[in-house]
Design a protein around this ligand. Structure first.
Ligand code: SAM
Length: 284
């Protein structure tokens, strides 16, 4: 991402969620309250005005997104699938005794703000680059702080996640935790991804799960976004948030084993591709 500029992709995901709220049938897929909370957050944080939110909610905007599905087939709806997947992982993890939730590269995601009151005994942590986190902090303050939601502004390219968490007195390195890293790893370099998974294993307790999305590699080793891969990689690059990391799905198990995790395909529910991404869950 461009240094010191709020993430454009985080903003796009959030506006996409608002538009999905107007697409027939999506209410069955999207987590309850996500559309309203995202609208509120975008306006309260000053990321967009209420006019832009209204426009994003329009049927015309749904058609615009659908028209662009030719570049990345299924990617628009996949945002709803991804949010549903992450919410499922968090709820199931809490059911099984997790007392901490960590969302890495949280952007304008609202899971912490929405679920914190429902689970007062669980601590929700979010880490994001200061350029994006700064705006989100402003938004959350305006929407109403949650006692058990902590937003941490850190550039994980500058400071290790392990150090960020261990220096936080609320973080419990022995606790069973659910970690969410959605739409994140494709923006990191290979050594940073490896290090991130390794560090996540070091700062969490037994029974922890990490749920994430990733773009599969093509035969040439680049992220495979389908027929228009070249165009997509170029568009991401000129937008300042290039897709860098990808992995072949058949290599994900070995990658996880080497970074302190056990691949848990049963927990991911399915191994199908959603838009350009696969979803995966690992445990320790
Ligand atoms: C595509 S957005 C995804 C946002 C969110 N996970 C979602 O899906 O709604 C990627 C996020 O990763 C964050 N990010 C990228 N590089 C980062 C870094 N070096 N340190 C912390 N956060 C970073 C960006 O600020 C952005 O919020």
């Amino acid at each position: 991402m461009q240094k010191n500029k709020p993430s454009r992709t985080a903003y796009k995901v959030a506006l996409g969620i608002v538009t999905l709220g107007s697409k027939p049938g999506m209410d069955r897929l999207l987590p309850p309250g996500i559309v309203e909370a995202t609208e509120k957050l975008l306006v309260a944080s000053g990321v967009v005005g209420s006019r832009a939110v209204q426009w994003s909610r329009s049927k015309r905007m749904v058609s615009v997104y659908e028209a662009f599905d030719w570049i990345l087939p299924g990617q628009f709806e996949a945002l709803a699938e991804r949010k549903a997947f992450c919410e499922h992982q968090v709820r199931e993890g809490i059911d099984q005794g997790a007392s901490q939730i960590l969302v890495i590269g949280a952007g304008y995601d609202t899971i912490g703000w929405r679920l914190a009151p429902e689970f007062p005994g669980v601590n929700f942590f979010e880490v994001d680059h200061p350029a994006t986190a700064r705006l989100k902090v402003r938004g959350i303050e305006a929407m109403g702080q949650r006692d058990n939601l902590l937003l941490i502004a850190e550039d994980l390219g500058e400071r290790k996640l392990e150090d960020v968490l261990k220096s936080n007195e609320l973080w419990d390195s022995k606790a069973r935790t659910v970690i969410i890293a959605e739409g994140l790893v494709m923006y990191l370099h290979s050594d940073a991804v490896r290090s991130l998974f390794y560090q996540c294993a070091l700062v969490t307790g037994v029974g922890t799960r990490i749920a994430f999305s990733y773009i599969p590699s093509g035969a040439d080793g680049r992220p495979d976004a389908g027929r228009w891969t070249g165009l997509m990689l170029w568009l991401q690059k000129v937008a300042g948030e290039p897709w860098i990391w990808s992995i072949a799905p058949e290599e994900i198990g070995e990658f996880l084993e080497n970074t302190g995790w056990k691949f848990a395909p049963g927990l991911a529910g399915t191994s199908r591709k959603y838009g350009v991404e696969f979803y995966a869950v690992a445990t320790r």
